[in-house]
Every structure is written in C-alpha cells, then in structure tokens.
Design a protein around this ligand. Structure first.
Ligand code: ADP
Ligand code: MG
Length: 366
C-alpha cells in the first residue's frame, strides 16, 4: 500500500477540549477519501493538521512517508479549498489563481499558461478579468479550485467545498469534482457532513464521531454494514428494536423482542452478540404488505401504520409493533389509491425482511 498521507495516533486538543483523539488513518495515493461526520466531530481539525495549520499534542503525521510535523504549510505538497472560497476580493480571477505562482516567482509567461490551463480545467475560461463579487457561488468555488490546482499539489484538501451551494449545483459539482480527480490522478481528501455526497463521490469513506474514527471503508461497505450504531444512524437508520439474544442456530442469531416476537440475523463472526441488543434494518430493506406474504420470510412482524409521508420518489411509513416499538419503512412511491387504502394511519400491515439485513448493536442503556 502506498500511503500518501498518514495520521498515526493523533490527538489534538484546544485547551481542555479534545478535537481528535488517538486518530489513525492512512490515505492512499490517488484515492478520493471522504471524512464524513456531524458538525464539531473534528473533520476540519484533521484537514488543518494535514495542511500544517495546526500541530497535534501527540501522534505522527506523515506525508509521502516522511514525518511532516516540522514542515511549515508551504513546505507541504498539499493545498486546501475552503467552504467559503477565501478568494482575495480585490483581485480579479486571473490574479487570484496566479497568486501562489507569483509568490513562487515563476516567469510571467509560465504563470499565464498555467492559470489558463487551470481555468480551463475547472471550466471557467473567459472570466479572467472579473472580480469575485461579479461571480456566482459556483463560479467562485471553481476559482478557488483552480487556485489550489494550479500549484499542482500531490494532495488536495476540500473542506465542505459544496456546502454553500443549492442542491442542483451541488450535484453537478459533485460529478465534476469526481471527474476532475479521475483526470488528474491526484489525491483528494474531501470533507462533508452529508452522507449522500460522501457515497456519490468517494473511493472510501471515513466516519468521524467526537474526534474518533468510527469506521473506514468503501462507501457501500459503510452503508451496508455499519459497524457501530452511530454509523448506522448517521447513514439513515432511524429506529431500533430492543431485543435479547437467544442463541445461534444454523449460522443465524436468534433474538426475542420485548413483545416476545422472534427475529433473526445472519451471524457475524464467531463471537456472540451482546445479550441486551438493539437491532434495526435500513428503511429501504424492509418490505411491507397488507396480507401475509406467500412464502413467509424469516423475519415477520405484524404492526399498525402510525404515520406516513410522501417524499416524491419514495414513501416513508412509521409502523408500530407490540409494546410500542417502531420501525420505519421506505418504499418506492405508491399510487395514490394504494396509499389511501393500505398505508393510511391505523392500517394493519406486515413488515418483513431477510436475516442478512438485520443490523445488531449493543443496547445503549445496557
Ligand atoms: P468539524 O469540522 O467536524 O465541524 P472541527 O474540527 O472544526 O469540527 O472542530 C472539532 C471541535 O473542536 C469542535 O468542538 C470545535 O468547537 C473545536 N474547535 C475547533 N477549532 C477550535 C479552536 N481554534 N479553538 C477551540 N476549539 C476549537
Ligand atoms: Mg468543519
């Protein structure tokens, strides 16, 4: 493995406050890695440590295999794009992009050539003379990107660069960033609090919670097999059932709900799950029907629709079971008539799923 950036057991405190704790993560050369976590989880701190704007209290930071702690930001082959662009307001687009090259005292001819190439790369030719305030949000972000790329860094750090954009522009920029990375082959470390964005863009996703790394892996792995309850919740699992572990049978774990219903999960590994467990299923992995399905699935609960929401392409329904426990089901949108008869609040339904979709965690309060 060729690690271009490596954080080893890094701890960063601001006064008493621990922003990153014993944080270890390796980023491979050429990959698109996303740091995903809620506000305040330590994402920006991680980028600032890599860029050299902050120093850790303990641990190591390696760039291209070498200890980088003693290197000043400008000595690191790394550039940052910030959420709020941080363009120089009094400089036009050309001068903004040229700034870093001028600092390096490149010949004017080379500067002109490189700036043009960078502006072409981000699809922004012909606007060299504009001032930042004469640009749209998307255009400003492109200038910020060009300004970072023109210095040809080995690693580009992007701190919620699409955070201030409207949904449509964001989706367009997500695809453009992805293509740009593929074309340039440089390493991108991207920060977002939006799980959808992380999944669309990245080779790997690293989930951060309270300064700790919860899980790192390909997006699909993090989404399909969240290792902790936090990762499950942060990626869209909304409700959990309290259960007790009963035993193992034919490679499956058997659980009992507080209302004595029996549920199954695929067994994961050799060790047993905690006796007091919480289980859940992704809303879109649950199926729902009015009658008992023809070949009864392993997990089948009888419940009542409590609430239902139209979401455009999907419909989300809250179903309540014995003892007031609930699961949320998301199905591809239904025709209005089906919805009215089968998904109205008060309707009796069956909810079912295969054991492989059961997610199992230790119970919070146990
Ligand atoms: P994120 O980018 O994930 O929102 P940050 O890395 O900015 O999180 O912050 C992590 C934690 O560290 C937060 O609780 C934040 O308030 C705190 N923090 C960040 N920078 C400073 C600072 N310069 N001084 C004091 N506390 C800070
Ligand atoms: Mg931040």
């Amino acid at each position: 493995m060729d690690l271009i950036v490596e954080l080893r057991n890094v701890t960063k405190r601001y006064g008493e406050h621990v922003a990153l704790e014993d944080f270890s993560l390796g980023i491979e050369r050429g990959e698109f890695l996303t740091l995903l976590g809620p506000s305040g989880s330590g994402k920006t701190t991680a980028l600032r440590l890599i860029a050299g704007f902050e120093q850790p209290q303990s641990g190591q930071i390696l760039l291209e295999g070498r200890d980088a702690i003693s290197l000043a930001p400008y000595q690191r082959n790394v550039n940052t794009v910030f959420q709020h662009y941080a363009l120089f307001p009094h400089l036009n687009v050309f001068r903004n992009v040229a700034f870093g090259l001028e600092e390096r005292r490149l010949p004017q001819r080379d500067i002109r050539r490189k700036v043009r190439a960078a502006l072409e790369l981000v699809d922004l030719p012909g606007k060299e003379e504009r001032l930042p305030r004469q640009l749209s949000g998307g255009e400003m972000q492109r200038v910020a990107l060009a300004r970072a790329l023109v210095l040809e860094p080995a690693v580009l750090l992007l701190d919620e660069p699409l955070g201030a954009m409207d949904e449509k522009l964001r989706q367009q920029m997500q695809l453009e960033l992805r293509r740009l990375r593929q074309r340039l082959g440089i390493t991108f470390i991207f920060v977002t609090h939006d799980q959808g964005e992380a999944l669309v863009m990245s080779d790997r996703v690293a989930v951060i919670h309270r300064g700790r790394l919860e899980q790192v892996g390909p997006g699909a792995e993090v989404y399909e097999a969240p290792r902790t309850r936090f990762v499950a919740e942060f990626t869209g699992v909304e409700s959990f059932l309290d259960v007790s572990f009963v035993g193992r049978e034919h490679g499956e774990w058997q659980f009992k709900t507080t209302a004595s219903e029996i549920l199954w999960s695929a067994a994961r590994g050799e060790s047993e799950p905690p006796t007091a467990a919480s289980i859940s299923v992704r809303p879109e992995r649950l199926q729902i029907s009015k009658a008992i399905p023809p070949s009864p699935p392993r997990n089948l609960l009888r419940g009542v629709i409590v609430e239902t929401f139209y979401e455009g392409g999907t419909r989300r329904s809250i179903v309540e079971f014995g003892n007031g426990t609930r699961l949320i089901v998301r199905e591809a949108s239904l025709t209005d008539s089906t919805f009215r008869s089968d998904r109205a609040p008060g309707a009796n339904v069956y909810v079912f799923w295969e054991p492989e979709w059961t997610l199992v965690y230790p119970r919070h309060d146990a």
